[in-house]
Design a protein around this ligand. Sequence first.
Ligand code: MTE
Length: 313
Amino acid sequence: MLIRFPRGWELPEREATPESLYFSRRGIVRSMGFAGIGGLLGGNALAATEGAALYPAKRNPKYTLDRPLTPEVVATGFNNFYEFTLDKQRVRDEVYRFTTDPWTVNVKGLVNNPRVYDFDDLVRRFPLEERLYRFRCVEAWAMAVPWTGFPMSALIREVDPLPSAKYMRMVTAYRPKEMPGIGSQPHYDWPYQEAMTIEEAMNELALFGTGIYGKPLPKQNGAPFRAIIPWKYGLKNIKSIVEIEFTKKRPPTLWNKAAPTEYGWYSNVNPQKPHPRWSQAEEQIIPSGQRRPTLMYNGYEAFVAELYTGKEY
Ligand code: MTE
């Protein structure tokens, strides 16, 4: 039986809200309110200030773009984070209940050194760098983003997977009281889960992200710890990770389980492989609306093609 779930990216999208709208009086007053309360009362604010000393991290010049960077106000104001809402422009207004400090990441499964990282230690343990990457959503919109993070390979080496481990599964926090979208969309198989092969995760492009635009990640972009896998569709870039597990068996993923013919397990960007209801041959740059041909592996073929040689995904 085909069960049809509502998916935000199937709805006609208005273009990203122009920057000027974000500076409306209401928006400014609201954001001052949050900063004020946090600044006076919250331990969060102190941690954020301490963490902020790590930013901006040094940019790695190896990774260059073929397009201008997306304005910060757009990349942090137009988000997919279904645990909060399907409305991309409301995510940043819905995250205020979400607490991201303290935060731990439990790394377990088929590894020699399982461990629970406290995020404040984790972010200091692995040297941070900034990289400019293209970002392509399965809905066909695209951005160009300055991420801060560290290679997934650094953490993987430290936990040291056993030879029997083949896959890395990542899980988002599950907090129905803080995440109103979980209750309003009970048909999804929460918590949000993603996975990749260990070979993919060891690729030099794959990052664990902790920041964006030279600052710690805001909640709507997946604070404090997310995946950044630029040759795959955005849905693989799981946010607010609390658990990483190394497995022998291929783990299910939220989108692949919900609609396997629409969202492949690998979900590599591929202009020749249309979504059943729309073409992937072109992408639309946000916020200009400019259309460009989609590049194989989102333009990262030289880095990742060998992972898939002779395989049909
Ligand atoms: N991670 C979680 N936990 N929940 C989500 O709904 N959406 C995915 C991905 N990671 C999602 C998620 C999708 S579809 C996209 S396009 C990107 O996050 C969006 O990332 P951004 O908001 O930082 O642009």
